[in-house]
Design a protein around this ligand. Structure first.
Ligand code: MN
Length: 415
């Protein structure tokens, strides 16, 4: 009899599967883009602890932050860079020589040099011409190469920029020594189909030696788009633990890794059995709770309540679980509640070596259903209201801000 498999009808010879790079390098952005999430802040100690676990788990590149942001940030990057981790430590810089100097001083071996590329960003944000952006990019890429750094070149909003400009810019920075090129979907507007078109065009026009992508989740497509990019040959996909990041976040580390490992059959080199531990550490440190139904790391991701489902799971876990929970360091939970069926009760009784006649089983089942149906939701609602109050307005409150304004002496008609 054939062995039961998760993926039937899977053709490893599909065009997509053939192009997946063999030596994937996971590039984690939790400590940079993840930290830029509203209300999130990591101390140097916290960055170090997260970086250590990321490295132990097998992440290839860790973006530790932007040293020029503050003295504390420079210290954090310095500590991560000198911690003797096996992951490569990267720090980020604008196309400004002082930024690159700060990365060189931090001791990071890798740098990501970034500048905006799209019309709206150049005109309204940077107030720079394409020629000025081009010149600044070349100067700073050469500066970083001269200092012996591994250089990734990133444009913000790559996919909304004029393609002719992108082509010229990326070809020239690659000629100037950039080791890795990053295409960013900064506002998350790509779909798997449009991104495939974009990256195939990019490949034809730019011939990147080494490609990375940075995908945002504004429409919930970050993971799908990142996987599309890997199918198109991107070797160093960027991810954030728990999908943290600006606005709706970035492609989540756990989703990208488990899709590649379990659905594509690729090897990411990641210790997936420690993903739960990593996810909880970042949840706790960032103070951003994981959604109950979040793929792989959400509280419900391996929980079963409905009668038909628990019956199936008890017969064979593959019926309703695409992945054994142990693969990501978790355990299956059988929830007793309104939707529970008889088989879950029978199974639960076995824990104490008990069996029961049908009438007693039905009596017990009725009580389980009734009890959870009438259970009070007061505690849950109170918690939810506190949670909302915290998350609807992270950062300083208005009161705190206006008190500060007074404290520094800003008054009407003065200052
Ligand atoms: Mn970003």
């Amino acid at each position: 009899m054939a062995e039961e498999r998760l993926v039937e009808n899977f053709h490893s010879e599909t065009a997509a599967a053939r192009r997946i790079p063999e030596s994937l390098v996971l590039w984690d952005e939790t400590l940079r883009d993840g930290e830029q999430m509203p209300g999130v802040h990591f101390s140097p100690e916290e960055k170090l602890r997260i970086a250590e676990l990321l490295s132990e788990i097998g992440v290839g590149v860790i973006n530790a932050g932007i040293p020029v942001v503050s003295a504390e940030e420079a210290e954090a990057v310095h500590r991560v860079a000198h911690a003797g981790l096996s992951a490569k430590i990267l720090a980020a810089a604008r196309t400004v020589p002082a930024d690159v100097d700060a990365v060189i001083r931090s001791g990071a071996t890798h740098i990501a040099i970034f500048v905006a590329a799209s019309h709206v960003h150049l005109k309204y944000k940077l107030r720079m011409s394409q020629a000025e952006v081009h010149a600044a990019a070349l100067v700073t890429v050469r500066q970083a190469k001269d200092a012996g750094l591994h250089v990734a070149f990133v444009t913000e909003d790559t996919v909304r920029a004029p393609f002719d400009f992108v082509e010229r810019l990326y070809r020239d920075v690659q000629d100037a020594g950039a080791d890795r090129l990053v295409v960013a979907d900064t506002v998350g507007i790509m779909t798997p189909l449009t991104f495939r078109w974009y990256l195939e065009e990019f490949e034809k026009r730019v011939h990147p030696k080494d490609l990375s992508v940075h995908c945002h989740n504004d429409f919930g497509l970050a993971t799908a788009n990142t996987l599309t990019a890997v199918e198109c040959g991107a070797r160093a996909p960027q991810v954030c633990v728990n999908g943290l990041g600006e606005r709706a976040g970035n492609a989540s580390l756990e989703e990208v890794v488990l899709c590649l490992e379990s659905l594509y059959g690729s090897s990411t080199g990641i210790r997936t059995d420690r993903i739960h531990e990593l996810s909880r550490l970042v949840e706790e440190t960032a103070g951003v709770p994981i959604a109950a139904n979040k793929a792989l790391v959400g509280y419900n991701a391996f929980s079963h309540e409905a009668g038909i489902h628990t019956h199936g799971i008890l017969a064979h876990t593959l019926t309703y679980e695409p992945l054994q929970p142990e693969v990501v360091g978790r355990r299956r939970q059988m929830i007793l509640g309104k939707h529970t069926g008889k088989s879950a009760i029978v199974e639960k009784l076995k824990e104490r070596g008990l069996t029961a006649t049908d009438p007693l089983l039905l009596e017990l089942l009725g009580r389980v259903k009734h009890d959870t149906e009438v259970r009070s939701k007061v505690d849950l609602r109170r918690f939810l209201h506190e949670y909302r109050a915290l998350f609807e307005r992270p950062g300083l409150s208005d009161d705190e801000f206006w008190t500060m304004v007074e404290a520094v002496g800003i008054r009407p008609g003065k200052s």
